[in-house]
Design a protein around this ligand. Structure first.
Ligand SMILES: *Cc1c(COP(=O)(O)O)cnc(C)c1O
Length: 411
């Protein structure tokens, strides 16, 4: 059952019990897991929660589970729990599909809210799938529509009055560089631009204030910092002022005002309900609920303070002990998400050598070694133990072996 949510910390005095949250994760013995920014680990309660949904709900209730077990309401009920973590108004977040689909849906709706303009502006630090989705969308819309991609540092200078939609990922997946969501959103609005924020590396990583920033649309995934497991559903937010005006480009039956009328004509549902598409992934949502029980115990200000502390410690120790690793992330914690990246010419091999020794991060081409810091289950002792192993691998060139240089499909 969910615990009463922790809403805020009194100044400097953390209310989140990180030892308690850490104990709620099933982390393999001997592994220091610094890749929760890519795939969060499994909460101990997940297996039982999913078993319950499979055996007691699906197994016993079958089709009646949609009503009896409340499966149909899960996408908005869980959306409300995520809303707290991203500063969204309750009733304006819904779960479903994967992030790539939600990016398409948000940008398509955003473009229609700004019908006299045809340009989507994004940056070259964005995750390729976001750019691919918009490339596909603009092709379908016709030759007048374009995707304009500029350097992350140049975004502000390119917010011009021909831009319809500004689509940015707040935290860069490779370097952890963080955009200023409030400032860019304000600037966009002053130029008549609608914003779409991707929170893939923000939700559960740092406090987000969608309502305070007046963001128009936001999307994000749950299998990274939110620990819903591989393939867990994404979320979408539509600002209340647009909720009944945004037309869903993916007009599926569950976004219809009355799906069980089986009307032949589409009529959008109320507010965020219209951003639903098809049948919700009930089993993955059950897994996500187990993780949200832990998130309900966390205050995002505490998570942020601890995350910056862990990242700063990691940077200081690695730079002092591993001179071959070049920091690729912003040094200032305020300008960074919850990850730290280092460049190394044999970064892939070095990461494989670390993984073989129980320090799990990941590699992003061409030369980035990426380490995620997640206070819910990573503490200072883990950071120090990880750096000991990194120092050993680097100082003794333990990465320089053929078996560490053969690339796997997933890096
Ligand atoms: C992880 C990530 C994705 C992945 O999209 P899926 O559809 O869930 O595979 C997309 N965009 C960003 C910015 C990401 O970080």
């Amino acid at each position: 059952m969910s615990k009463a949510p922790v809403r805020s910390s009194t100044d400097g005095d953390p209310m989140t019990d990180f030892a308690a949250t850490k104990a709620m994760f099933a982390l393999p013995e001997g592994m220091i897991y610094l890749d929760g920014n890519s795939l969060g680990p499994m909460p101990r309660a997940t297996a039982e929660r999913v078993r319950h949904t499979i055996e007691d709900e699906w197994g016993e209730m079958l089709i009646t589970g949609w009503n009896k077990a409340g499966w149909m309401q899960k996408p908005t009920a869980i959306g409300d729990r995520i809303a707290r973590l991203i500063g969204a108004e309750p009733g304006h977040v819904v779960m479903g599909d994967t992030l790539s689909i939600k990016v398409y849906q948000a940008v398509a709706s955003a473009l229609e809210l700004n019908p006299t303009r045809k340009v989507v502006l994004s940056d070259s630090g964005n995750f390729p799938s976001d750019l691919y989705m918009v490339e596909g969308l603009t092709k379908s819309l016709g030759p007048d529509y374009t995707l304009r991609v500029v350097d992350p540092e140049e975004v502000s200078a390119h917010i011009t009055d021909d831009v319809a939609v500004l689509m940015l990922t707040e935290v860069d997946y490779r370097t952890g560089r963080k955009h200023d969501m409030k400032a860019l959103t304000e600037q966009a609005h002053a130029a008549g631009v609608v914003t779409v924020w991707d929170l893939a590396h923000s939700a559960g990583a740092l406090p987000v204030d969608l309502a305070g920033c007046k963001a128009d649309f936001a999307v994000g995934c749950t299998y990274k910092y939110l620990n819903s497991g591989p393939g867990g559903p994404a979320f979408i937010y539509v600002a209340p002022r647009h909720a009944d005006a945004a037309r869903p480009a993916l007009s599926g039956w569950l976004g219809h005002a009355a799906p069980f009328d089986f009307d032949l004509n589409y009529k959008p549902g109320n507010g965020i309900e219209r951003m639903r598409v098809g049948t919700p992934p009930v089993l993955q949502l059950a897994a996500l609920e187990a993780s949200m029980d832990i998130w309900d115990m966390a205050d995002m200000a505490d998570v942020r303070a601890k995350s910056i502390e862990l990242c700063d410690l990691f940077i200081t120790e690695v730079e002092a002990r591993c001179p071959d690793l070049i920091l690729a992330s912003p040094r200032d914690g305020a300008g960074r998400g919850s990850q730290v990246s280092f460049r190394f010419h044999e970064g892939y091999a070095a990461m494989q050598a670390l993984i073989a020794r129980g320090v799990v991060g990941d590699f992003r081409a061409p030369d980035i070694m990426r380490f995620g810091f997640t206070p819910l289950y990573i503490d200072e002792g883990d950071v120090r133990a990880a750096v000991d192993i990194i120092e050993d691998v680097m100082t003794n060139a333990l990465w320089d072996r053929p078996e560490y240089k053969t690339r796997n499909a997933v890096t």
